[in-house]
Each structure stands twice: as C-alpha cells, then as structure tokens.
Ligand binder design. Structure first.
Ligand code: GLN
Length: 494
C-alpha cells in the first residue's frame, strides 16, 4: 500500500522511479476521499494544488539525479491549519478565521515547499490550538482511527494537532506538520500511535503560524517513525530573521543521528512523573522503555525535577495570558469575521462573541484576569518566577544525565464525552508534556506498546536544548526495540 510507506521508503522509491509522486499523492487523496467524511482530519483538501505540486516533483525527478534532491521532494503531507498558506484558507479551526485567505506563506511551509513537499490540505485542530482532544474545533471533532477491541466507540485523537495525527495514522498523509505549546504534537502522537518531535524553542520559525502562546509555541514534525521526523525536521528547522526568537544555529543532519550509537548515554528517570493514579499499564510501558535502554548500554539514573507539580498550574496562567494578548487582534477590523453593531464597541463584542468558541473565550477570560491590575503580581508574575524554577530543574538534571525518559500522556485515547464536563480534568492530559514546553527543551514522543484495549501508549524522551540529534538517536533505538507495527482499525485500504 502506497499510503503505508514511510517518508524514507517513499523517497527511495521516488528516486528509483519505482513510483511517481502523482501516484503517491493520488493514493493519499483517495484515502482522504474515503475516510475524511468519517474522521474529519482535514478542514480543507487541496487536491488540484497537490497534484500540480506532485507533477512538478516528478518533473524534477526526471531532470535531476536523486542525490541532489531533498528527501522531501514529492512527499504528500498534511499541514495543520494553523500554518498560513498563501492563497489557501487558513482557519485555526475558528469561526473568526473561517474565510481567511492569507496573502503570505509561513516560513515552515515555505521551507517544505522549497524542498518540494506536496500539501494535501489543511488538518483539523482544536480552535487556536487550545485543547487536548480536538473536540474544540469549529469544524467538528476529529475521530481517532484507533478503536478499542470489539468496540466502535468514538475516541478522540488528542489535541491540538489531532487532525495531523489522525491523518498520518490512517494513511491520509505520509507526514504532517504540528505545533506544540504544551503538548499538542506529543499527546496526539501518543493517542494515534505515531511519532512526533517538539523541537527546542527557537529551532523552527514561528513566522506565519497563528499565535497561541508565543513564548511556548513550537512547530514540529509528526510522522510514522523517528527517521521520518528527522527528515522533516531537517527541512523545517533553521534561523529565520522574521522570527526574533528563532535561533541562529546550523541545522545538523538529524537523519544521520538516527544511526548513532547510544551506548554509555545516561538516561534520567524523573521521580515526580510517577503521579498518583497513573494506570499500571503506563507504568509498565515506562519500565519496558527503561529495560530497552539498559539493554542498549545506557545507564539509568534516578533524577528529580522538584517543580514538576507546579507545571500545569503555571502553564494555565502563562499560556492564557499570552493568548489573551495574541487574540486581541481578532477584532472584526483587520482579520476575518466581522459582525456589525451600532457602535464600534458593539461590533467588537459581537464579532468576538460569535467568532470564538467556548474554550477560547474561557482562555481569554483567564488570561485577561491574570494580567489585570491587582492580580498581575499574584498570578502572572509569580507564574513567570515558577517557570524559571521549572527550567532550572531541567538544567540541573541535564548536568547529571543526557536525556529523560517519561510516559507521554497519563492515559490512552479517551472517548468523546469523557473528561468533558470539567475543564481541569482535560488540562490534566498535559501533565507530562507541559514541563518541557515551559523549559523550552526538545522532546520526542513515540509509540511503545498497546494497552489491554488495544490502544497505543507512548513514551517521551526529553533532551538538552538543541540536542534533537540525541533524541533521534535514542528514539531510533527504542523504536527498534518496541517493534511497533500495529495499525489502527480505520485506515486506507481497509
Ligand atoms: N492542551 C494544551 C492546551 O490546551 C496544549 C495545547 C497545545 O500544545 N497547543 O493549551
């Protein structure tokens, strides 16, 4: 099945001219046609543009020798609908941007296009990337292609990059872009049995990505294995003068790093990630991961990240504060939707009341509250101080170890309806992913096994700043040991 190929394998076959990009793209488009009505992984499908890009790639293959060409050439991807794409509607899964057609291309998508990638369409997400379930999309929920054994219950794909994860898992794309502010690449990757990398803050440009919380947002790859993520990351990463927080560092060969030896590496196991009430199966997968790394010659070291317990509380002050400021720009004047009113103020109010969904309104309220005079010191400033302590925990741990191993999420994919009445329950999903975001350090999520219901469980590796290479190296070893070849119930060709 063409839709089951990894990016690495597809690139090799394209080079040998065993397949064409048009065939590959067509196979993904057929899968989308078949499955998207149910899974709702894409908000917008760009079939004509994709086929034209595929033809352009095929022309390049016929003109140039393979060695000069990027491994992304002719590879069909899903693009999270948070990346602005020139001339193609970009909604952030919000009514307020329902008809927004950007006049510019985000740096990340521009880099991928420059390498010849094919864009199948714009993937669904939680509105403005706020959520852990993809239930917060104005364009409807995304269904996880995985099913509990003998049970057809609608499971969530995780979020906010749920459309990206579902598309990759179900064979509706070979890879996808995601963004991660507090876990949005890693948690949906875990729920859908795929691999994802949240790079170091500053590694990938944020220019042209609809902003959620600017000091946390990072773009990254989501794909079927570590090597595919490495290939995509090499294309996405790099300095961008248009993003003042992007870092001027050369981009290493992530793909080569996948074959590095990891013998003698020190892997830390943070005590604070053993949270109360964690399912025994997740504990067991974690232990399994530890054993794989021991067998590969790593030294396992117990470490402590004492401020972990404040991670979520701090995140849910900092992220909404930044969001409330970032989302002030949607006022009915400059972007997107406008609902007229008798006065300017009434127009603002109506536009924002009708344009934003419930969770987004909740975040704006929390954010303006913690930033308001009288509360600023008590909440926002204090949260910034705690954030510094969280970051320091990681710096200290990385003096003793090269990397940390933890579970990715505290549960497997849950059903629509569960965790829904209490927003705090939903926020708990991010308990293991948020600290790395607060610290700005890179992290990789990969599938490590199945639970008793047949759903994927993920492990997370957290690395030193800008050491995505080691994540690729250790991730590759774990992936081989895990031998995760399970596929979801709903997928192309089934
Ligand atoms: N679930 C988290 C939130 O709702 C993280 C989302 C993200 O990383 N974009 O904020």
């Amino acid at each position: 099945m063409l839709t089951e190929l990894t990016i690495g394998e597809a690139a090799a076959r394209l080079r040998r001219k065993a397949i064409s990009s048009r065939e590959l793209t067509q196979a993904c488009l057929s899968a989308i046609e078949h499955l998207n009505g149910r899974l709702n992984a894409y908000i917008t499908v760009c079939a004509d543009e994709a086929l034209a890009q595929a033809d352009a790639a095929d022309r390049k293959f016929s003109q140039q020798s393979g060695d000069e060409l990027s491994p992304m050439l002719g590879i069909p991807l899903a693009i999270k609908d948070l990346f602005c794409t020139k001339g193609i509607r970009t909604t952030a899964a919000s009514r307020i941007l329902e008809n927004f057609i950007p006049p510019y291309e985000s740096t990340i998508t521009e880099k991928l296009l420059a390498d010849g990638a094919v864009f199948l369409g714009k993937a669904n997400l939680d509105e403005f990337a706020m959520g852990s379930s993809n239930l917060n999309s104005a364009f409807g929920a995304v269904e996880n292609p995985w099913k509990r054994k003998g049970d057809d219950t609608f499971l969530v794909p995780g979020g906010s990059s749920g459309g990206s994860a579902a598309a990759v898992a179900a064979g509706m794309a070979l890879g996808a872009t995601g963004t991660d502010t507090g876990g949005s690449i890693r948690q949906p990757s875990a729920y859908c049995g795929i691999t994802g990398i949240k790079p170091t803050y500053g590694r990938c440009s944020r220019w042209g990505i609809v902003a959620y919380a600017s000091s946390l947002d990072q773009a990254g790859p989501m794909a079927r294995n570590v090597e595919d993520c490495a290939i995509m990351l090499a294309s996405m990463a790099g300095f961008d003068p248009k993003d003042s927080t992007s870092v001027e560092k050369s981009v290493p060969d992530y793909r080569a790093a996948c074959n590095r030896s990891i013998k003698g590496m020190k892997i830390g196991i943070p005590a604070e990630y053993r949270v109360q009430g964690m399912p025994a199966e997740i504990e067991a997968v974690w232990q399994q991961g530890i054993n794989w790394l021991k067998e590969a010659g790593c030294e396992i070291v117990d470490v402590s990240l004492p401020h972990t317990q404040y991670g979520l509380a701090t995140y849910y002050i900092v992220a909404p504060a930044e969001a409330s400021s970032n989302l002030a720009r949607y006022d009915g004047v400059r972007f997107g939707k406008r609902v007229e009113g008798e006065s300017l103020e009434a127009m603002y109010e109506r536009t924002r009341a009708e344009g934003f969904g419930k969770e987004v309104r909740r975040r704006i309220l929390m954010g303006t509250y913690v930033l308001s005079a009288g509360y600023y010191e008590a909440y926002y400033l204090r949260a910034q101080k705690v954030r510094t302590l969280i970051r320091r925990d990681f710096t200290e741990a990385f003096q003793k170890v090269d990397m940390l191993l933890t579970p990715t999420a505290p549960s497997a994919a849950f059903a629509k309806g569960e965790h829904m009445n209490d927003p705090v329950q939903m926020y708990l999903n991010d308990i293991f992913t948020v600290p790395a975001s607060m610290a700005g350090v890179p992290a990789l999520a990969l599938p490590a096994g199945l639970d008793h219901q047949g759903l994927p469980l993920g492990l997370q590796l957290i690395g030193r700043p800008f050491d995505e290479e080691s994540l690729c190296a250790v991730g590759s070893v774990m992936e081989k040991a895990a031998g995760f070849t399970h596929r979801p119930a709903i997928r192309a060709g089934v």
